[in-house]
Write a protein that binds this ligand. Structure first.
Ligand code: UDX
Length: 455
């Protein structure tokens, strides 16, 4: 099939490249000229493991452009809108990029049937809204209403950054919502190789042995839109539940890791997303839970469980600062080293990263903050140079003379640091392990004061 993907962020680019790998002819469009220039050189503008390899494998089926006119909208079978929907200050998503792309597409529609798919996480009802934008843009350009030449679908994305290629090629489900059954048929055909899992896997990312087919959920537009929000809210609630329990375990002398293992083995609960720590960050959980709360208000209802998950989450970031205050008494003039800056390992993304809030609060209290990260420092220097954090490429440079070390992101290399050597460069051997990730026994043996979350 011929596919246009508008937006080359984590979701759009991964989707476009994966579809090209599966044999579709794909054009990826972005208004950001710098990104498209990089992609045209065969380089990925974001850090995502496996993405450069998949771009190389798919290169004969994929083109990159900044121009709607050269993307031949009127010959496409499917157009994905996968642009950014960042949060506005009131928690509702900024839909200006969705609007601009829907209008640009609508102006260029002709009698050829095309399915326009909302892949961005958009508020409930956006499928209808995009339909209206397409119709209006078409009418303004052509002077007549379009007659049945397009259908709108919602096809939410569940990929995790850091394992985006794996999640796209081997998804746990595909959700398609549409009022027009033609849209469901076209998208089912588009995804056939994924549904049947009969494509040949890239050598660097073999298919999991147990995976033979992927379930599909077809439903109406609003249900598909809500599935995305409900999934992210539920995962956020699981994490915040673990963090809430961690507050109690540390008081009563229990260990949150054992408690969560003990409940996670119950298959009704499941072991994943129960890791206590400094809470979630990233582009989705914070934004989507805020959007759910804000949507519920529009309908005159409240979502106290989702709101509580948010409150617990943002409180976890304060826990780090409170712990440092308790241990060091005075933060003014102290050096705090942050190991990791990205919101989670295997990504360079800093959106809603706990590191940013933690650094801001420490700086406000007069501390000096030194941070390191294997891949996120490029973004840190680009977007957060004004923050006042000193960024170091080498962990040892960040750790020099530190009064405390905070493990912010569980990058595997931090577990393997020469912790005996680290101790010799620190001013004070205090570790606050924000992810319960480091070897507690070994560090204690080496003479560190180790503080984990809820242990
Ligand atoms: C998430 C969803 O998992 C994905 O399905 C959706 O499409 C986008 O949002 P992502 O933001 O990439 O993906 O990261 P994820 O792996 O879900 O982690 C989110 C945050 O939760 C990270 O900050 C992570 O550190 C934190 N987390 C995760 C915990 O604190 N504890 C856990 O047990 C799991």
């Amino acid at each position: 099939m011929k596919v246009l993907v508008v937006g080359t962020g984590y979701v759009g680019l991964t989707t476009g490249v994966a579809l090209a790998y599966l044999g579709h002819r794909v054009v990826c469009l972005d208004v950001d000229e710098e990104k498209i220039a990089l992609l045209n050189e065969g380089k990925a503008p974001i850090y995502e493991p496996g993405l450069p390899e998949l771009i190389a494998l798919a290169k004969n089926n994929i083109q990159f452009t900044t121009s709607y006119d050269s993307s031949e909208i009127n010959t496409c079978d499917v157009i994905f809108i996968a642009v950014g929907t960042p949060s506005l200050p009131d928690g509702s998503p900024d839909l200006s990029q969705v609007k601009a792309s829907a209008e640009a597409i609508g102006e260029r529609l002709d009698d050829h049937f095309v399915v326009v798919v909302n892949k961005s996480t958009v508020p409930i009802g956006s499928g209808n809204w995009v339909g209206t934008l397409l119709r209006e843009a078409y009418r303004l350009r052509k002077g007549t209403k379009p007659i049945g030449n397009y259908a709108v679908a919602s096809n939410p994305e569940f990929l995790r950054q850091g394992s985006a290629i794996f999640d796209t090629l081997y998804p746990e489900r595909i959700v398609i919502g549409a009022e027009d059954t033609r849209a469901i048929d076209v998208l089912t055909n588009l995804y056939r190789p994924l549904l049947n899992q009969d494509f040949s896997s890239p050598a660097f990312l073999p298919r999991p042995e147990e995976l033979s087919a992927v379930p599909i959920v077809t439903c109406d537009l609003a249900s598909a839109e809500l599935i995305k929000y409900a999934a992210n809210a539920f995962l956020s609630i699981k994490i915040s539940f673990a963090n809430e329990m961690a507050r109690l375990t540390s008081k009563v002398g229990a260990d949150i890791v054992d408690v969560m293992q003990g409940i996670g083995l119950d298959s009704r609960i499941g072991p994943r997303f129960l890791q206590a720590g400094i809470g979630w960050g990233g582009s989705c959980f914070g934004k989507d839970t805020a959007a759910l709360v804000s949507t519920s208000k529009e309908y005159g209802i409240t979502m106290p469980i989702v709101q509580a998950a948010r409150d617990v989450n943002y409180h976890q970031r304060l826990w780090v600062v409170d712990t440092l205050l308790r241990e060091l008494k005075i933060l003014k003039g102290r050096t705090i080293a942050l190991l990791g800056f990205a919101f989670k390992p295997n990504t360079d993304d800093l959106r809603d990263a706990p590191s940013l809030d933690i650094a801001r609060q420490l700086l406000q209290k007069g501390a000096r903050v030194a941070a390191t990260d294997p891949v996120a420092l490029g973004n840190a220097r680009r977007f957060y140079s004004e923050l006042g954090v000193a960024y170091f490429d080498e962990p040892m440079d960040a750790l020099q003379d530190a009064d405390a070390v905070v493990l912010v992101t569980e990058w595997p290399e931090y577990r393997k640091l020469d912790w005996a050597g680290v101790k010799s460069v620190l001013a004070n051997p205090l570790i606050v392990d924000g992810r319960n990730f480091l070897d507690h026994d070994e560090l204690t043996r080496l003479g560190y004061r180790y503080i984990g979350v809820g242990r």
